[in-house]
Design a protein around this ligand. Sequence first.
Ligand SMILES: Cc1ncc(COP(=O)(O)O)c(C=O)c1O
Length: 437
Amino acid sequence: MNPLAQALNQQIADANPHVLEMLSDLGANLYFPKGILSQSAEAKAKAKVYNATIGTAVEDGIAMSLASVMGTIPDVSPNEALLYAPPAGNPDLRSAWQAKNLADNPDLAGVPMSLPVVTCGLTHGLSLIGDLFVNPGDALLLPDKMWDNYPLVFGLRNNAAFHEFPFFAGDGFNQAGFAAKLDELANSGVKKVVVLLNFPNNPTGYTPTEAEGQGIAASLIGLAERGVNVIALIDDAYFGLFYGADPMRQSLFTKLAGKHPRLLAIKADAATKEVFVWGLRIGFLTFSVGGVAADSPLYQALVSKTMGCIRSLISNCSSLSQVVVTRALKNPAFAAERAAKVAVMEQRALEVKRVLANPQYAQAWTAYPFNSGYFMCLCIKGVTAEALRLHLLDAYGVGTIALGDTDLRVAFSSLEFGQIEDLFVRIYQGWQDLAKA
Ligand SMILES: Cc1ncc(COP(=O)(O)O)c(C=O)c1O
């Protein structure tokens, strides 16, 4: 093992040996090299005469640039737009995102955690966690309603052993089913469980209530109390898009961060959906574990390992995207602008609910509960979701997503308010064509 990895592992073990046990083999071996990037960072601070360290080009004291490039982004300087960002992200973006998370999740005030690490979108963040913490065969618990990229990330790439629980019980989160699965895993003797939860959920658009959130947190803390190392990976892709009074308003991460030494909570979030900047590819990872102070070397060691993983995959994330998101976060109008867009999405969600209240639809489908996010999902009766999807495409010019045999996902986020009723009329007509054929 590289001595730098050994030193990071020692820092982690000294602060909390359970976190060292949680790392995958790759995670244990990862380190951030004292190579070009760290030597260049030292030079940036000290080399006041000449800095001949890094492979970027300088002219007249600033980043060399072409007018044909900079002409598109006149408000951004060549240095900001074109130079490499640090592997963990620009410090001002990291602190601005943390400030946003603290404002959105007031219960996090004073809770020890790492600074967010910038990732190239949330998918990249999830892959990093897979690499750092998942060995082949490690138990991964997640609901049966899940984003279809999870099997690719954690199944195909990391070979995790998937354990699923039914997401819903009646109109709400299946607390009993979730707790039973955790119990089953603990009884099977596993030493470590990765739990992946995503609220607002893709594909259903459901976020648990405050009481359900408390139940989920209590189950996870209970598992840690039984001596199992728990990595709670909270995918907050659609955070903030909460409609009506029911969904809990703060991230589940808030109920897990700093709560138990065997419970490592990881907040994976992104500007992608929250800030409506899908293609900019800006995501974040924040770590928190119980019994460890905010200034503990453990957090720096986890960040260094994450940096090593980033360095080996993509080296670093787009500077220009980081500048755009940082400026938006620091803009005094940001919160109001975002609230206005959330209100637009909420109106669409409420319109979907109004339209679906039509009793004629009961023979064709039931809608899963939804109260948040970009999507809602229909459980189709009598015909397969895939057959209906194809028929809707061919006969009605309507695109939806079929998931499994029964589920049809509708992204109301991409429909105008006035299109929603007609969309469901068309889905119903398509269903009638097939059901009566
Ligand atoms: C639940 C969930 N997590 C993560 C992502 C990925 O987000 P990003 O585009 O930032 O990689 C998505 C995108 O669809 C998602 O639905």
